[in-house]
Design a protein around this ligand. Structure first.
Ligand code: UN1
Length: 494
């Protein structure tokens, strides 16, 4: 099946007519579809359509746009199973997780429906009499949205829904690894009532379509989720035209386990955090930081459990871990196994491709644990984006905090302890945008701010009420009803 771009209210081929093929990572002889290899001229057309559609769209009352988001949520709900299966075939994660991914999109749409009726500004006292001061939030204009493949419905929804509700029109470039889910999301937005030209979908590569979005003068805000390297490039290019940029980049998230923790719970947590989504979340637990007195016990329980993880095609409900998304990711993970071994870490289990039976046809990898990892090793510092966990031994809470903070990222973090004092001290000192106490590093809820410190981003937070700060401009309004000229800072003495 050949899929198309959606520009100016029509499904159209890319102008070059060239396409790329997306395959199923669990079974690489299965084609998901062909998609346009678009270029800058397609982006120009999309921007033109978005520009033309903007005045009418932004003039609608917020609750009217909210009603469309409600219908979108209803449609996602009605198509949940279909979408989950598409996601699993497209990027590999298991059905239970892809259902959760769609649910995150649904929750985001319903949250927006509510938010539409409380798009609050501030009313603020004036320093002068007979004067009213207030603020409004207004759309920026055209939003360029560039989404990753690991949450093929949720993350596009995190971006599309608030951008649209705020009154922006959109040029949307999804990942080449998840183009079908994105196409379905756009179809449902249209069915929900998003008018022509308001959403424009342009498939293709980051280096061509992404770049064209970044440098297009009509785009006012760019929202991107992906690698640090690309994030830096985006900030640099967008700096030239002073676009607003929201970047949600990598992570090297740690879970601390103190000696007093409920170990069963800590093991459950790290299994989910490290190997859920085959470790391909920017919130994945990639370091387990353990107090020395329980280190051996925790490690042997964990090893036992990891060996029992069922690997295979995510469409099978029994399966717990699907494949990596691509050959490129597989090669990257293999490379990190070599790096870990050379650095002197102990390979406890996994460390190689999984090729049993049908799995030989996909990019499967065994869940992997490295122990005796020290904080200076590359496997303890760099984002791997695969099912690889580095276990680090520490003496106490102080050292654990030092280790958890000793990386260039700061997205998610976790601590398992039953000691409330230690938990709260850790909360204060951990440098991350998200901290879980007695829970794993993954599983953020859509109505709370999501994002991180240091190389993880540039200070914005998606999700919750804070995402609306990304997609709106603030207008400050002063209304003087004194009937005379009142000078701020000068005529202030009553
Ligand atoms: C991501 O990996 O980019 O908190 C997003 C979580 C998910 C979102 C992850 N709800 O793990």
């Amino acid at each position: 099946m050949v899929y198309k771009n959606y520009i100016s209210g029509r499904w159209v081929s890319g102008l070059s007519e060239e396409t790329f093929v997306k395959k199923n990572p669990a079974q690489i002889d299965e084609r998901i579809g062909e998609f346009p290899k678009s270029g800058p001229r397609d982006v120009n057309l999309a921007c033109q359509a978005a520009k033309e559609a903007l005045p009418k769209w932004k003039a609608l009352p917020f609750p009217t746009r909210g009603d469309i988001m409600k219908r979108f949520g209803d449609l996602l709900t009605a198509h949940k199973e279909e979408l989950a299966a598409i996601e699993t075939r497209e990027m590999g994660k298991v059905l239970k997780e892809t259902r959760g991914d769609v649910q995150e999109g649904i929750d985001t749409a319903y949250y927006a429906f509510g938010e539409a009726r409380r798009f609050f500004g501030h009313t603020v006292p004036s320093e002068l009499q007979n004067k009213l001061c207030l603020t409004f939030r207004r759309p920026i204009g055209i939003a360029g949205l560039i989404s990753p493949w690991n949450f093929p419905v949720a993350i596009p929804c995190w971006k599309l829904v608030p951008a649209l509700l705020s009154g922006n029109t959109v040029v949307f470039k999804p990942s080449r690894e998840a183009p079908l889910s994105a196409t379905k999301v756009v179809e449902l937005l249209l069915e929900a009532g998003v008018p022509e030209g308001v959403v424009n979908l342009v498939h293709g590569s980051g280096s061509i379509v992404g770049e064209a979005i970044l440098s297009h003068p009509d785009i006012g805000v760019v929202s991107f989720t992906g690698s640090v390297e690309t994030g830096r490039r985006i900030a640099e290019v967008c700096g030239k035209t002073l676009k607003r940029v929201s970047l949600e980049l990598g992570g090297k998230n740690g879970q601390i386990v103190l000696a007093d923790a409920n170990l069963e719970l800590a093991v459950e947590g790290v299994l989910w955090g490290a190997f859920g989504t085959t470790g391909q979340r920017c919130t994945a637990t990639s370091r387990l930081i353990v107090e020395e007195s329980i280190y051996d016990r925790l490690l042997s329980t964990l090893e036992e459990r990891v060996k029992n993880i069922k690997i295979g095609n995510g469409l099978n409900e029994e399966i717990q871990m699907g494949p990596l998304v691509s050959e490129k990711q597989l090669a990257k993970v293999k490379e990190y196994i070599k790096i870990g071994k050379n650095e002197g870490a102990t390979l406890v289990c996994g460390g190689e491709q999984y090729t049993e039976g049908e799995c030989a046809k996909g990019y499967f990898f065994k869940p992997t644990i490295f122990s005796d990892v020290t904080p200076d090793m590359r496997i303890a510092k760099e984002e791997i984006f695969g099912p690889v966990l580095s276990v680090i031994r520490v003496k106490n809470l102080d050292e654990a905090i030092k280790v958890i903070n000793g990386v260039s990222y700061g997205l998610s973090s976790s601590i398992y302890t039953q000691d409330i004092n230690k938990a709260l001290k850790a909360r204060e000192r951990i440098e991350a945008g998200i901290t879980y106490i007695n829970g794993p590093t993954i599983g953020a809820e859509c109505h709370l701010p999501f994002g991180g410190l240091k190389d993880t981003g540039n200070g914005h937070r998606e999700g919750g009420w804070t995402v609306y700060e990304i997609f709106t401009e603030i207008q400050t309004v002063y209304i003087d009803y004194s009937g005379k000229l009142q000078k701020a800072q000068i005529d202030t003495e009553g």
